[in-house]
Design a protein around this ligand. Structure first.
Ligand code: 4AD
Ligand code: MG
Length: 464
């Protein structure tokens, strides 16, 4: 018999019909010769209840129906007397497709997040991770749909590159060289001429530089792919491998850019509320009781647009009033997430787009303001998260960009192709990067970024 997914089975009202469902046992309980199985197949957070009488089944089969086992169940769809579910299945035939013994690591309820990370190959089978992963899929769909509907083209940028976009120097090298026998030149430097690409290359930290090439041809593009950063940040907000969405738009100024950032992120949050209701309600109950309220709150508010310099003044005033921060926040300091969260959660109580940062804490490609000290960055700061988007207007003047590159002592040899955009038909343009996992953190209410990606990569951890 054709299998019905649990999500569809729960909607059916043709009681009395025969039905087959397949899935994994979440729990089994029984009394007086009757057993009840909660079966889940991942199509929804909800389980379908299977009811059976011991006497109708082989004793050996009933014994194999344990938490985690995979079953195929055929029976009759009946209206459920139990509260909170409309239908259940009276089992006629049960086949144990995959038995599961008592070493199964998800036997007990209430396992800690830390423990579940050690069994990340199995944790998608828990209710919470099922919900998170369905939401993650939905956010990817929201992102593609948003850009497609707004006339952006999905532009594929390379993962292996010779350029360090953010200039932070925390790249993972890619090589086919024998690391036990490295060829070196007279000065003791590694000679890459016999390496696969004939030069030193690494995994990309951002698709932006190539994205700019796309925008200056197709008008508006976006990238959506994995990026890699070898920063030794053991924080709940950093991964060594994370997914980033980077739209880049020709002819956008700072105002257009901020409008897009706000509209885009609200669209994603609205999509979650419209399409992931069951999963969000589950998370709201089990993980974070203020989640739905916070998601709806973001939609209602206009984001505050706050120049960095004013942000520093607010933080300094807070310190004068007795607020204590771990890290300094003088003009010129890169804000720590405690500062960002103070502004968003305590001072304004709504998302903030912070603009016009000191040039010393931002990347070389940002457009310089008239003052010569600040750059047209536009980061979006969110409650619970801190920075969720990093964006900027790009410097389109060849001379100004070169002056900044020289000032920083950067090598231009490997950036010629990028500089060509400023030589041949340069145009004003702007773009931003949204950290996909930070968006998922916000939308799920989870606290640690390791718990919103199936298999996290962090310092000293590359399991699964
Ligand atoms: O602010 P970032 O470094 O900006 C860029 O990479 C620009 N090239 C983007 C652009 O303008 N096209 O990173 C962008 C976002 C951050 O705001 C944050 O959400 C996320 O990427 N992010 C990380 N997420 C998880 N783990 C990390 N290690 C991250 N580093 C940045
Ligand atoms: Mg940033």
């Amino acid at each position: 018999m054709k299998r019905t997914k649990v999500i569809d089975a729960l909607k059916r009202t043709d009681f009395g019909s025969e039905i087959t469902v397949k899935g994994w046992v979440r729990s089994k309980r029984g009394s007086k010769g009757i057993f009840f199985i909660a079966l889940n197949d991942g199509s929804t957070i909800k389980n379908v209840q299977i009811v059976g009488e011991d006497q109708n089944f082989d004793e050996e089969v009933v014994k194999l129906i344990t938490t985690g086992a995979c079953l195929s169940v055929t029976g009759v769809l009946v209206e459920s007397p139990a509260a909170g579910q409309s239908s259940e299945i009276q089992a006629r035939e049960i086949e144990v497709l995959g038995p599961c013994d008592n070493t199964y690591p998800l036997q007990k309820k209430g396992a800690s997040w830390e423990y579940l990370r050690t069994v990340a190959h199995m944790r998608p089978r828990t209710n919470t991770f099922g919900a998170i992963l369905r939401i993650r899929h939905n956010m990817a769909m929201a992102i593609h749909t948003y850009f497609h509907e707004h006339g952006f083209y999905y532009f594929h940028t390379p993962l292996i590159t010779a350029s360090d976009c953010e200039g932070a120097g925390n790249m993972f090298q890619v090589t086919t060289k024998n690391l036990y026998d490295l060829k070196k030149d007279d000065e003791g430097k590694i000679d890459y001429s016999d390496d696969f690409f004939g030069e030193q290359v690494a995994l990309t930290v951002s698709g932006q530089l190539e994205g700019e090439l796309g925008a200056t041809a197709l008008g508006q593009i976006y990238t959506f792919g994995p990026t890699f950063r070898a920063e030794n940040s053991n924080t709940p907000r950093h991964l060594a491998e994370f997914w980033m969405i980077e739209p880049e738009m020709a002819f956008y100024d700072k105002q257009d850019l901020m409008d897009l950032e706000e509209d885009f992120i609200k669209y994603c949050v609205r999509w979650a509320l419209d399409n992931c209701r069951d999963d969000l309600e589950f998370l709201n109950k089990m993980v974070d009781k203020t989640l739905l309220e916070r998601l709806e709150g973001v939609l209602k508010e206009d984001f505050v647009r706050l120049p960095y310099t004013e942000g520093i003044e607010i933080l300094q005033e807070a310190i004068r009033q007795g607020k204590k921060f771990e890290f300094p926040c003088q003009w010129g300091d890169d804000l720590a997430s405690e500062h960002e969260r103070y502004l968003v959660e305590e001072h304004f109580k709504k998302p903030v787009i912070m603009t016009d940062y000191p040039k010393e804490i931002k990347a070389f490609y940002m457009k310089m303001n008239e003052d010569g000290r600040t750059m047209q960055g536009t980061d979006v700061l969110f409650p619970q998260i801190g920075e969720i988007i990093g964006g900027s207007v790009r410097e389109e003047s060849y001379e100004k960009l070169m002056a900044e590159i020289d000032r920083r002592g950067m090598e231009t040899e490997k950036l010629q192709w990028y500089l060509d955009t400023r030589r041949w038909g340069s145009c004003p343009h702007a773009g931003f990067g949204l950290g996909f996992e930070r968006l998922i953190l916000f939308v799920t209410g989870m606290q640690n970024i390791r718990d919103v990606i199936p298999f996290p990569r962090t310092p000293k951890n590359c399991m699964f």
